[in-house]
Design a protein around this ligand. Structure first.
Ligand code: NAP
Length: 309
């Protein structure tokens, strides 16, 4: 398969890149391993995306982005990028299913949840350990759960879970939350949310399902056992960039390094969204990245066409 621009990923950054390329009159496709929308589609409530004066679910917002991109002709191809190579002015992307070629590529492969790395986490994954409150929260209706983390995701998803669950322990390793202040205030005013600060999870206990999380206070060393049926882990993200190894420059954490036009170290390869090294990871900044990357890719195509004339 050959495209003018191949976008790797169909989250907000990828769908926006596809939309801008297609709307400029070039053939664009988004390669997506799961369903379009990425991490954003799993967000229970989006409050800060401009244009929506009422909160919108991440799923609904991404559904609209996908429909809009498709309206302009963006194709969505199923598959997971496994490797990328730049050769003779074109970019070759390998997936398990196919080899795809394009004159330019926009890497918008996003990021995935980081694991906590404690005993019991792997064993009880899918049996009470979850990384997605919107997907799994309803399984824990009227039961106690724990959310681990102190960033925007942890605090916002704790509020979502508090509407379903009997109690939500919000376990954070510091005494101050990283999430936006107003959101933290709203969460701490919710009587169902019980903050457990300066505490780290040492073990997730249970046999057929989660029964408890064991925590240790980092200041006092005191330990506690919180009886819960579910544990939602929100301790940050890891970039989906392994398939770029050796081809595109990344920082120590694996985030793709770009210039302000979203160009990476490889000619014809641009990056956008959460996979990129940047200071603010939001749906709004992903969309901005996607638009810039698309127009840079289009300029790259125009340059290639002018050379071949
Ligand atoms: P994040 O902002 O990186 O926060 C990760 C949290 O997990 C931090 O509180 C961190 O603690 C904690 N943590 C990290 N490793 C840990 C470990 N091993 N054990 C225990 N705790 C650990 O990640 P995020 O909340 O998933 O958000 C990712 C990005 O998306 C951020 O840029 C965020 O702003 C953005 N986001 C925005 C919105 C929104 O604007 N509505 C919603 C969701 C996400 P420390 O604080 O001590 O480092």
């Amino acid at each position: 398969m050959r495209f003018d621009v191949l976008v790797i990923g169909a989250g907000p950054a990828g769908l926006t890149a596809g939309l801008y390329v297609s709307r400029a009159g070039w053939r664009a496709a988004c390669l997506e391993r799961l369903a379009p929308g990425g991490q954003a589609a799993l967000t229970s409530r989006v409050d800060n995306y401009p244009g929506f004066d009422e909160p919108v679910s991440g799923f609904e917002l991404c559904r609209r982005m996908e429909a809009q991109a498709k309206r302009f002709g963006v194709e969505v191809v199923q598959g997971e990028a496994q490797g990328l190579a730049v050769a003779a002015g074109s970019v070759v992307v390998r997936s398990a299913e196919a080899t795809l070629r394009a004159d330019a590529v926009v890497v918008a492969s996003g990021a995935r949840p980081r694991e906590l790395g404690v005993p019991g986490e792997t064993e009880l994954r899918g049996k009470g350990v979850s990384y997605c409150a919107t997907c799994d929260g309803p399984f824990f209706r009227n039961q106690a759960v724990a959310v681990v983390g102190g960033g925007d995701s942890a605090v916002e998803e704790a509020m979502f879970l508090a509407r379903l669950c009997s109690r939500v322990y919000l376990v954070h390793r510091r005494d101050e939350f990283r999430a936006v202040k107003t959101v933290v205030e709203r969460a701490l005013n919710d009587t169902k949310i019980v903050p457990v600060q300066s505490a780290v999870v040492t073990r997730i206990a249970g046999t057929d399902g989660v029964e408890a999380v064991e925590v240790r206070n980092v200041s006092t060393g005191a330990t506690d056992r919180l009886e819960v049926a579910g544990v939602f882990v929100y301790v940050g993200l890891l970039p989906n960039s392994e398939f770029l190894a050796g081809q595109v420059a990344r920082d120590g954490a694996g985030y793709v390094i770009t210039d302000e036009d979203m160009l990476t170290s490889a000619p014809g390869v641009f990056a956008a969204g959460d996979v990129r090294k940047k200071s603010l990871r939001q749906i709004s900044t992903a969309v901005g990245d996607g638009a810039i990357a698309a127009m840079s890719a289009v300029r790259h195509l125009q340059g290639l066409r002018a050379q071949s004339r």
